[in-house]
Design a protein around this ligand. Sequence first.
Ligand code: C2E
Ligand code: MG
Ligand code: MG
Length: 600
Amino acid sequence: MNSTNRHPYKADILVVDDTQENLSFLSSMLAQQGYDVRIAINGEMGLLAATTVVPDLILLDIMMPGIDGYEVCRRLKTAAETASVPIIFLSALSSSFDKVQAFTAGGVDYITKPFQVEEVLARIQNQLNLRAALQEVVKLNNALERRVEERTQQLEAAHMRLLEVALRDTLTGLPNRIFFLKHLQAALERAKTEAGYSFAVLFLDCDRFKIVNNSFGHPVGDKLLCDAARRLETCLEPQHSIARLGGDEFAILLSGIKSYTDAIAVAERLLQSFAQPFEVLGLDVFISASIGIVLSDRGYEQPEHMLRDADTAMYQAKAQGKDCYQIFEPAMHANAIQFFEIERDLRAAIAGNALEQFIVRYQPIVSLATGKIAGFEALVRWQHPTRGLVSPVEFIHVAEETSLIGPIGYWVLQESCRQLRAWQEGGFADASISVSVNLSARQFAQPNLIDKIDSILEKTHLSPKNLKLEITESAIMENPQTASTILKQLRARKIQLSIDDFGTGYSSLSYLHAFPVDTLKIDKSFVQRLDNNSKSLGLIPAMISIARTMKMDVVAEGIETPQQLALLRELDCDFSQGYLFAPPLEVDKAVDFMLVSPEW
Ligand code: C2E
Ligand code: MG
Ligand code: MG
């Protein structure tokens, strides 16, 4: 840095002149005024002096031997370090001084000889003041630029933080759905342009997460999700990426995957990573996952479509019994469409008050102690205008997911109560015969359930003692608090309660113990395994003994063979239901069954 900070009267002035007389006059006069003065006796020396130590101002003679003043000025103006030094030309009034050339060369002013002291000083001081002002402006400008740069950096950092929030899931720290879809879009484009590049998308949904979340509370659920996210990450390689889509759903992009075999290998690793329990509040909690897989070779244009198909396949994995993976097939898409058609037709049936499209069949439940009928299970069917008789397996889940189950479920309840009462009044059913009606988890969660049941019993005049309700374990576990209140209210009315499909879901027996339940229904899948190897009784003895300790009785479902019946009798099972006795029967056939009253 040169003398920019120097006070003007201490400014460094270079005088370039080949006339000794001028040099001594100017230098002594300027020195007297307090300036630092240096001198050069020709153009070359002037250039050297100016570039060695850059002066604050130069007084430059025009006519000199060698390089003349104009040329010296041009050179100084083109060199970066001296370009801003003000140059005042010195010229004899008589000489051929060319003002235009002087200013074009870059001079700022000129002084004519003979010199007048006041004029020389005034012109020099003017230029020094101008230069000082200019330097101040440059300084301010630099400071401003630095501040602008700082602000820009701060803004950029803020922008990055915002992006981070917009694209990241704050709970697990993983990328979110928006980020994943962008990433997926880029992968699809790459697959289009780069021959041989393909990838897979995995859609993963945690099974039973909702139960944990509702039973243990949301902070525990959050911790579980974070732990699960970390575990899933460890199964992936650096080129793969994982995002949390929301809730307990994750999406994984497997970059460079060529075949389903490779994608399946990763899916299996992911499933396996959940095999060990998660520690929650010092408890070991087991959850599993369902995964849908789709490969990029289906010519997808939109990332949303690829993710949708992976989701559909995941749904299929859930339907297959969870804790497994499924590869997307176009037929699944057809199933999804069928779902919407069923929903549409269910809505139409209910809206048109055409509940007459629904039918109840009654399947006998036999007491193994007496060999006589103990009751019926009411099972709904749908007489669809074009599809024919539709099984509940095909439409109940649609009704549950679309909350159409409410009206259907209450209609079945009312119809079954009315029917049993009619049989009692007709003298076909005695007071020991009950009717069991299935309640879906969705209905179970409805706040006016008890009022509805009360009003149906009142309307049909059926004694609450003759009514049993069947619910699944998960209906209780998904809403433990509500369940507890509802079950107590049911018990107060002497309505009985069965746990349906026992053993297929989330069996949390220690939990179940706290609820007033009368009956366990062992799922038919356990009974059907009895025949494969009648030596192995599977879990049935354990389930029966659990029921005994909890003072519940046991119904075995799906008895199809006399051998199964014999084994269950030996195991001291209380009741049985199955095709061996009768399939779900139409009303007339059910009456026949009671009249004939076969003994088993
Ligand atoms: P669930 O409550 O476990 O009913 C027993 C199912 O097993 C019935 O199927 C019955 O027909 C079948 N079954 C009975 N004996 C045998 C046998 O020996 N072998 C075999 N393989 N199967 C047998 P269905 O009627 O198709 O009903 C299926 C499911 O639909 C029911 O399972 C129940 O969960 C649901 N469901 C039926 N009606 C209703 C209803 O009114 N409301 C609700 N929420 N769900 C219902
Ligand atoms: Mg049932
Ligand atoms: Mg069942």
